[in-house]
Design a protein. Structure first.
Length: 267
């Protein structure tokens, strides 16, 4: 069995004891576990941000890692508490679309609805439901130990279309605005390598050479890049691109191929 690794992702922030309490529960039940914080700075109730952070991080961990993720856009009791496994990983959290990005990459093989405490008043779901389940999974690697089977296909998906190509035009969407205001699309890097493009977004048209992520700050250039997280992003060097263009998450974007050639810069 792989080492017991549990990652944590939430919108709890770091100015209260919630994260510490969760870790305490995990270590009480699974004292040998290695606990890794992905982030607890997801904006409150921001499912799109949580989806992206988990999707782009989870495959960097050893096989059998348990990914505990807790972000709720509404009241905590409004979604099922679930756990599921893919080929190499386990996931625990609310069934509200948070795991949609993972499920875009690979299917859930098995899923359960977590058992809940008999007394629901004043339940802190992270402490009382999710953390105990994550700890038990890290120890046993058996989903039936933490809940009742459900259809993996019933897991909630997020209302985001996948990027698509139609007659050489790429249709995508802004799936994340990062800390710097960069616009991260859902268009895979490999779709745009070595082609010049016209990017159309929010009624604006820009000609871009898709470049590797190697910026010189402060020269005020708007451009698209292939980036290390695996997706094309639109940036405005030295400024917040989201504010500059008035564009946020969910905005549609299209890339149209241009006929002229350019020198593609490789790292």
């Amino acid at each position: 069995m792989s080492a017991q690794v549990i990652t944590l992702l939430s919108d709890y922030g770091l100015d209260n004891s919630s994260v510490g309490v969760i870790k305490g529960i995990l270590l009480k039940s699974c004292p040998g576990a290695t606990l890794i914080d992905l982030t607890h700075q997801v904006s409150p109730r921001d499912l799109m941000a949580a989806r992206f952070e988990l999707m782009t991080a989870y495959q960097n961990f050893p096989s059998a890692t348990v990914h505990l993720s807790i972000v709720n856009p509404v009241t905590a009791s409004g979604s099922r508490a679930v756990a599921f496994r893919t080929r190499d990983y386990f996931f625990v959290g609310p069934d509200n679309g948070l795991f949609d990005g993972v499920l875009d990459i690979e299917p859930a093989i098995e899923a359960v609805e977590l058992r809940t405490p008999p007394v629901l008043n004043r339940v802190f779901r992270g402490r009382d439901i999710f953390a105990p389940a994550a700890a038990k999974l890290a120890s046993s690697q058996t989903l039936s130990d933490v809940g009742q089977p459900i259809d993996p296909q019933s897991l909630v998906r997020f209302a985001m279309d996948l990027a698509r190509r139609k007659q050489e035009i790429i249709h995508g969407q802004i799936q994340r605005v990062d800390h710097f205001g960069n616009l991260i699309t859902n268009i895979p890097n490999e779709w745009v390598i070595e082609h010049p493009w016209e990017v159309r977004i929010a009624g604006r048209h820009f000609h871009f050479s898709i470049q590797t992520c190697d910026l010189k700050e402060g020269d005020g250039k708007l451009k698209a890049q292939v980036a290390s997280h695996g997706f094309v992003q639109v940036v405005f060097e030295g400024d917040n691109c989201s504010r500059r263009l008035g564009v946020g998450e969910g905005q549609m974007i299209t890339l149209h191929p241009l006929t002229n050639q350019y020198e593609f810069v490789r790292r």
